[in-house]
Design a protein around this ligand. Structure first.
Ligand code: GDP
Ligand code: MG
Length: 175
């Protein structure tokens, strides 16, 4: 480990949600601030790591992406284990992905650390014309389940950094 990569604590965050909602592109946008429509496979490594500093303390955020095996994720308890936060992502143009949020949230609450923090993410908010799920529906779901909520676009970058920041702050309040 390089000297400048020293940190006091490490937090595992996972990306979950149906296939094709934009998880890999969200992580890629967060990491490199770029959008790659041809991105197929998950970023080389299993996770993306970022060190951040608050009040002189350094923290590592390890963000895990699925390797495209969403259908089998409920069997993969290891993916959830020790997670203190999650991006639970749906696509605002896809009703099925929204209807599956409840399932993903339950999996997360069952398998992640106690009091782990979920943020509900309505991705692809750049596709306003194809929108099927109103912002209010997303917000209501999140309120109902006491989750954070944000609409994002991995394509134009809307709220990507903000969403990671909001989740990180909430995690630091709990852990
Ligand atoms: P994953 O299966 O959840 O990891 O989804 P991907 O990140 O592979 O994205 C699935 C598809 O949605 C790809 O064709 C992406 O280019 C596209 N996509 C992802 N995020 C956005 C977004 O914010 N806006 C738009 N318009 N397309 C997106
Ligand atoms: Mg992916």
């Amino acid at each position: 480990k390089k000297e400048n990569e020293k940190y006091d604590r490490s937090f595992k965050v996972i990306l979950i949600g149906n296939s094709a909602v934009g998880k890999t592109n969200i992580l890629n946008r967060f990491q490199k601030n770029e959008f790659n429509p041809n991105l197929k496979a998950t970023i080389g490594a299993d996770f993306v790591s970022r060190i951040f500093e608050i009040k002189g303390k350094k923290f590592q955020l390890k963000i895990w992406d699925t390797a495209g095996e969403e259908r089998y994720l409920s069997f993969s308890k290891i993916y959830y284990r020790d997670a203190v936060g999650a991006f639970i992502v749906y696509d605002i143009t896809n009703e099925e992905s929204f209807n599956k949020l409840k399932f993903w949230l339950e999996e997360f609450r069952k398998n992640a650390q106690e009091n782990a923090v979920p943020i509900i993410i309505g991705n692809k908010c750049d596709l306003e014309k194809q929108r099927k799920i109103s912002k209010e529906m997303g917000q209501n779901f999140a309120n109902d389940k006491t989750c954070l909520f944000m609409e994002t676009s991995a394509k134009d970058g809307t709220n990507i950094q903000e969403a990671f920041e909001a989740l990180t702050k909430a995690i630091l309040n709990v852990f």
